[in-house]
Design a protein. Sequence first.
Length: 41
Amino acid sequence: MVAKLSTAIKKIEELSNSGNSKIVSEFLTYIKNNGSPEGHC
């Protein structure tokens, strides 16, 4: 099953562990800002 990272992030943000959610969200921002191919975000 293939899913975009942004889809996974959205689901992670709904979890109760806000610490991990924040780290993953920051990673997504990093990837977007550093030219990752659109298919991965």
